[in-house]
Design a protein around this ligand. Structure first.
Ligand code: AMP
Length: 431
């Protein structure tokens, strides 16, 4: 060990677990990629003001959890704590919103929050996100929720629950907010929470402390205060989810940790994860563009937590296949065999077969162990006697069966065996 360790709240992603993470990342993104969302990448740090204005001053994220520093040039920048604000900034900066709408994009990357680390909660974590900008149509809200639900299902998770709410719009929310504030002012709350009641009373509904929750039983619910347009929007989202066989629980107190949400708000939770049960979430944010000095530009999006999805798979005992696992492992015995097999391995790789080779003149035993560790289904063994006979031994590592292939045809025959397994050669040649 060196004198250094990974910073608190972070972790290194090492093989073999790292393969699960890349598969999960690809799995979470696959449904949106099939639905016309294009990849977008934005910087991992942004002007601090973007998050302060975009995410909201009253949120824990902005008030307590940002990694903010001053650059040598004197500018205050912040490691991104979430993805939506940066994506919207980029869309506005480059005028994508002036083209065909909606702008549908997806991203994948690292995010940073100075939280108290615990199981499933890190200071450096990974999300896959998707955003659809420029249309108010509830079909887009439903599309995104369905695509997230499909992503979890396709990965093999069966215990993810969807919590669904509507937070109203700029027409109906102010009246609700005033009613909620009046209610909250009558409660026994500490100084900081009282301040929060004044800045963003909805956030108080999200307070996890039992002494606060105990007083919220009679709090007015936003679902009872929606205007006709918000009711209709929400009803359409619900109909479309039902049509798509996506089940949900109504969650009239769900507000989530970011201030920008309007109308549709949702969270995916997994009950096998303990306190940090949210595996993903999102919603509509129709006023966010104006908050960062942009034109009116409605939007809806989500972010799915990669790390917690990996934990959820482990909690359900789902084995995640590694599509990039090596299929063929080559074992040369001697320098000349190494040169021959290196050529065959290179040719296999070039036609798309994942292949690896034992290096540095290992013993047969050591090389067989390496082949087992690689997860390969087949070993290609080339020894002195084989070389003289112009053959290479193909061994099925599951069955132990082994048979010779002519070196000249080895690449084609290995490929054929991989597509149509159980080829065992002729009776005479099978050993
Ligand atoms: P949010 O951006 O807060 O809506 O979070 C979306 C998803 O990202 C959550 O549902 C989690 O799965 C994941 N996530 C958020 N914060 C963390 C964290 N500190 N550590 C690990 N995952 C996180």
């Amino acid at each position: 060990m060196s004198g250094f360790r990974a910073p608190k709240g972070t972790f290194d992603l090492l093989p073999p677990r790292s393969a699960v993470v890349t598969t999960v990342r690809e799995g979470l993104a696959a449904p949106v990629r099939r639905a016309g969302y294009a990849y977008i990448e934005t910087p991992t740090f942004e002007d601090t003001g973007l998050f302060a204005r975009g995410v909201g001053e009253s949120t824990d994220i902005v008030s307590k959890e940002m990694y903010t520093f001053t650059t040598r040039g004197g500018q205050s920048v912040t490691l991104r704590p979430e993805g939506t604000a940066g994506v919207l900034r980029a869309v506005l900066e480059h005028g994508l919103h002036r083209g065909a709408l909606p702008v549908k994009v997806w991203y994948s990357g690292s995010f940073y929050r100075y939280e108290r680390p615990q199981a499933g909660r890190f200071r450096h974590f990974s999300q896959v996100g998707a955003e659809a900008l420029g249309v108010e149509d509830p079909v887009v809200d439903a599309e995104l929720v369905v695509l997230a639900a499909d992503a979890y299902r396709d990965l093999g998770l069966s215990e993810v629950r969807l919590l669904l709410n509507s937070l109203g719009c700029q027409d109906c929310r102010p009246a609700y907010r005033a009613r909620l504030q009046a209610f909250l002012h009558g409660l026994d709350l500490d100084e900081e929470t009282r301040r929060r009641v004044d800045i963003n009373p909805l956030r108080v509904l999200d307070d996890k402390r039992p002494e606060v929750q105990a007083q919220l039983g009679d709090a007015p619910l936003v679902s009872d205060a929606l205007c006709a347009a918000c009711q209709a929007h929400h009803a359409t989202v619900q109909e479309l989810l039902a049509d798509a066989s996506v089940a949900w629980d109504d969650a009239p107190r769900l507000v989530r940790g970011l201030d920008y949400y309007t109308r549709t708000t949702f969270e995916f939770v997994h009950d096998g994860l303990g306190a940090q049960s949210a595996v993903g979430g999102g919603g509509r944010y129709d006023g966010l563009s104006e908050q960062i000095d942009g034109p009116p530009l409605p939007g809806v999006g989500w972010a799915l937590g990669v790390d917690r999805t990996v934990l959820a798979l482990a909690a359900e005992g789902v084995a995640v296949p590694d599509p990039h696992r090596v299929e063929v492992f080559a074992i040369p015995l001697g320098a000349q065999a190494e040169r021959q097999l290196f050529g065959i391995v290179t040719a296999l790789r070039r036609i798309g077969v994942a292949a690896d080779i034992a290096y540095g003149g290992r013993s047969v035993k050591g090389a067989m162990k390496a082949a087992d560790r690689s997860g390969a289904r087949y070993a290609l063994v080339l020894g002195e006697r084989d070389l003289a006979a112009g053959a290479v031994q193909l061994k099925n590592l599951d069955s132990g069966q082994q048979w010779p292939l002519p070196i000249e045809e080895a690449v084609a025959l290995v490929e054929a065996e991989l597509t149509t397994p159980s080829f065992s050669g002729t009776e005479e040649s099978a050993r």
